[in-house]
Design a binder for this molecule. Structure first.
Ligand code: FE2
Ligand code: FE2
Length: 169
């Protein structure tokens, strides 16, 4: 099964959720929305698990990855809500915010919660991923962020919109 199909199979309910859809309006890097970013991280995490032959829980991998940036605000300093600014720097605080939101709205498992809260390692030096799924997320997230920041990510928002179109039908 293609990675995109695996994401739709295990993450369709997340990708169709109204609060997650709102992340299409939040920019991650460059022109890429948070929604597109999370989808692409899921795709690369699945491809990495195949490339390195990592046996893991595919449902947990897709769930944790799709929700890893479920913080629901624009993180760019000028647009960031005041109450979020008070918590500290986005890079350090958003894994906690996303993990809490994921638990609140999707009742994520302990492993998925851990994946999300540890995804910024090594920036958050004390939060080391405890699972293979967590390490795949950590690696794929950094890879995607690099491609997006350098504007060489070959997939754009329209690509992800096309793939997730069937979820809106
Ligand atoms: Fe993040
Ligand atoms: Fe991310």
């Amino acid at each position: 099964m293609k990675a995109e199909q695996v994401i739709l199979k295990y993450g369709g309910d997340i990708l169709a959720h109204k609060l997650v859809i709102k992340s299409k309006d939040c920019v991650q890097h460059g022109d890429i929305s948070v929604y597109t970013h999370c989808f692409m991280v899921a795709k690369y995490a699945l491809l990495m698990s195949r490339l390195f032959n990592v046996r893991c829980n595919t449902r947990a991998l897709v769930t944790g990855v799709l929700l890893h940036d479920f913080f629901m605000y624009d993180w760019h300093r000028k647009k960031m809500p005041e109450e979020m600014k008070k918590l500290g720097l986005h890079g350090f605080t958003h894994p906690v915010t996303a993990a809490k939101n994921a638990r609140k709205y999707f009742n994520v498992s302990k492993k998925e919660y851990d994946m999300i809260i540890c995804h910024m390692f090594p920036l958050t030096i004390t939060r080391v991923p405890h699972s293979k799924e967590g390490w795949l997320l950590c690696g794929a997230d950094k890879w995607c962020s690099l491609l997006e920041t350098l504007r060489i990510q070959p997939y754009d928002n329209a690509y992800v919109d096309r793939l997730t179109e069937s979820l809106r039908a």
